[in-house]
Design a protein around this ligand. Structure first.
Ligand code: CO8
Length: 266
């Protein structure tokens, strides 16, 4: 796949991993800070993945050593008028919402720092895997703003209100073991190993019925904010949509014939 921008590279993995896509952040001179160009690259990359029928998992990684993403580009920000900042932030927010609602599972692969908007991007993913040198923080209050790209909403939903408030009020950076114990990340592995752990999980997902995975994500994302009765009814609606798929019959046939299923996403 063609690069979406100089600082955002999108690729499909080869051979048996073709259902797995990878976005790589590659702006070493600014520690992957998100400026206008990178934001455009992210939008294009996520939109491109959303159009790929054969995509089953997206991993978001960094090509820059020891940093996932340093958040918004503070140097570019300094030159922007309040109106420009507002446009940028609106665009960043909708890009992260698009990522959150992407039809397939997404995994943030965090080695090094994930700060401000960088953490907010990771929070918009379904899973987070980090290396033990990873650092997480929402330092915005130290810059006299609040986390405005989902941080005040997605962090408390993930780790609870009290811990999220402490992290946001203090702007403190935390290490990987704290991130693991508070449920901010799914796994913390040895430094440099986050990508292989994420790939291991992506491969597991890639073997499953792709329509089922998409529907499971929809059921969880859509139902989580509903009252339980509405949520269970929404789950049933999602379930019913899988009843007439060829993959469901293939799953039953493979079980009866004691072989691995071959799913086609149909
Ligand atoms: N923006 C622009 N440039 C940056 C940024 C950034 N966020 N972060 C680092 N850089 C630049 C540095 O200025 C430096 O440039 P130069 O070589 O020209 O001096 C270069 O990257 C290398 O940086 P360091 O020397 O600091 O590298 P280290 O490896 O020592 O540290 C860190 C890496 C830990 C990532 C460190 O650079 C850092 O703490 N950066 C700032 C992180 C930060 O405060 N981010 C929060 C930004 S606010 C935000 O994201 C809000 C988004 C939501 C928008 C909603 C608003 C309402």
């Amino acid at each position: 796949l063609q690069s979406a921008s100089d600082s955002v590279k999108l690729q499909r993995l080869p051979d048996s991993d073709t259902g797995i896509f990878e976005v790589n952040l590659d702006r070493p001179e600014a520690k992957n800070a998100i400026g206008k160009d990178m934001l455009k690259g992210l939008q294009q990359a996520f939109e491109a993945v959303s159009r790929e029928h054969s995509a089953n998992v997206l991993m978001i990684c960094s090509s820059v050593s020891k940093v996932f993403c340093a958040g918004a580009d503070l140097k570019e920000r300094k030159k922007m008028s309040p109106n420009e900042v507002q446009d940028f932030v609106t665009s960043l927010r909708s890009t992260f919402s698009f990522l959150e609602e992407l039809h397939i599972p997404t995994i943030a692969v965090v080695e090094g720092a994930a700060l401000g908007g960088g953490l907010e991007m990771a929070l918009s993913c379904d899973l987070r895997i980090c290396g033990e040198d990873a650092k997480f923080g929402l330092p915005e209050t130290g810059l006299a703003i609040i986390p405005g790209a989902g941080g005040t909403q997605r962090l408390p939903r993930l780790v609870g209100k009290s811990i999220a408030k402490e992290l946001i009020f203090t702007g403190r950076k935390i290490g990987s073991s704290d991130a693991l114990s508070m449920g901010l990340v799914n796994y913390c592995v040895a430094a440099g190993q986050a990508h292989s752990k994420a790939l291991e999980i992506a491969r597991e997902i890639n073997q499953k019925g792709p329509l089922a995975i998409r529907m499971a994500k929809r059921a969880i994302n859509g139902g989580i904010e509903m009252d339980i009765e509405s949520a269970l009814s929404f789950e049933m609606d999602c379930y019913e949509q899988l009843l007439y798929t060829k993959d469901r019959l293939e799953g039953l046939a493979a079980f009866a014939e004691k072989r691995k299923p071959l799913y086609k996403g149909e």
